[in-house]
Design a protein. Sequence first.
Length: 202
Amino acid sequence: MSFLKLPYEKARKGQLELAEKVYQSMLNKEDLIIEAPNGMGKTAALLAATFKACEDLKQRAIFLTRTKKQIDQVYMEGLKFKNIYPSSLISPFISYSDGCHLANLKEPNILEDFLHIFCRVNVKTFSCEYYSNSLSDLVIDLPLSRLLRWSKIKRFCPIEVLRRRCSEASVIVGSYNSIIPRLIEGTCSFLRSNDNISLIID
């Protein structure tokens, strides 16, 4: 019987073995490349290992995907682990171009590289009503696409809400283009300087 748990009654063939390999590689700080067939439950296996490692090693993990749709898939799968790892929070993360409603309204042609500056200036000058409306605690266990629609209707900043959630999360899920540039620039405000981080690239 495996020490790793899945949020399902029965594991698929090879799923727990895969999770144990991932967990051991995280424990030993080793790189691991996995190739697995579609439908074997790779995402759930990776998440089982990641949540367990984050809990046991007091570390955090960044789970990178190619698309926003995949962020949603990993995030929603991760929420199923709530009862197994109640102290481990998972959060999605998005780029400014996907989440800055003010820029989309006022400056729709602004380049991605300048969006964080646009955001910072508007927050510091109290010109962003979306940011001001983001200061209350919101429960956001919603698919990312629904959160983005809801934030437009309720007029709050999804980037700020997710940034705060990411700062508390054990597992952060984002796309390559939303997180890798920030890791390179050192502008991931949700990461702490003493964080021990595992990187999972799907």
